[in-house]
Design a binder for this molecule. Structure first.
Ligand code: DX5
Ligand code: ZN
Length: 221
């Protein structure tokens, strides 16, 4: 049976109470914390950096932190996030001058490495770096904002990524990010995803536990 993971995106959390919000989703059954880093350059929004990641660790968060870098360039900030307590560090291939080198840097810093593909970015580079990645993240919205609608073409792309991962024989997670909700998580899993980012679908509800339970029920159906 697939080991599904639910990763709430804290982009939709109440930032004034971030520690409590992260505690609450983890207590509600989330598997990891999805941490969206935006630089107002690679994407048109500005969010949080290594200081906030470190603060969550100091607050007592022990769950894996899945850092999604939407910044350009990426290399300078990678060691800072590793030191701040990141587990996964993923970046967009367009944002790195030397993709192989950046992946190696993530690993040399002791983190798991991943590549993120925007809805219209082809998966071509993947086959050259399969041995250096631990996660493939497919964006199912254009990056920059929470609360957008899932782009249906992602389902075909997920099937394509799933085939590449299976052919590699490596334990690479296939994560999907954007517009994932209780009513489409099942279709997303059937297309091959095993890790689900959900921001507004979880933080936008009153009962995080109920929402995560409903998502798991859909996955188990
Ligand atoms: C978008 C971010 C997502 C976002 C998802 O650029 O990478 O992680 O928070 O939010 P929802 O689940 O609301 O689409
Ligand atoms: Zn994200």
């Amino acid at each position: 049976m697939t080991d599904y993971k639910i990763a709430p995106s804290i982009l939709s959390a109440d930032f004034a109470r971030l520690g409590e919000e992260v505690d609450a989703v983890l207590a509600a059954g989330a598997d990891m914390v999805h941490f969206d880093v935006m630089d107002n350059h690679y994407v048109p929004n500005l969010t949080i950096g290594p200081l906030v990641c470190e603060a969550l660790r100091k607050h007592g968060v022990t769950a894996p932190i899945d850092v999604h870098l939407m910044v350009k360039p990426v290399d300078r900030i990678i060691p800072d996030f590793a030191e701040a307590g990141a587990d996964y560090i993923t970046f967009h291939p367009e944002a790195s001058e030397h993709i192989d080198r950046s992946l190696q840097l993530v690993r040399d810093c002791g983190c798991k490495a991943g590549l993120v593909f925007n809805p219209a970015t082809p998966l071509d580079v993947l086959r050259y770096v399969m041995d250096k990645i631990d996660m493939v993240l497919l964006m199912s919205v254009n990056p920059g904002f929470g609360g957008q609608k899932f782009i249906p073409g992602t389902l075909d792309k997920l099937r394509e990524a799933r085939a590449l991962i299976d052919a590699s024989g490596r334990a690479i997670r296939l994560e999907v990010d954007g517009g994932v909700k209780t009513d489409n998580i099942r279709a997303v899993a059937e297309a091959g995803a095993d890790t689900f980012v959900a921001g507004s679908a979880i933080f936008g509800t009153d009962d995080y536990q109920k929402t995560i339970e409903n998502m798991r029920a859909e996955l188990a159906r």
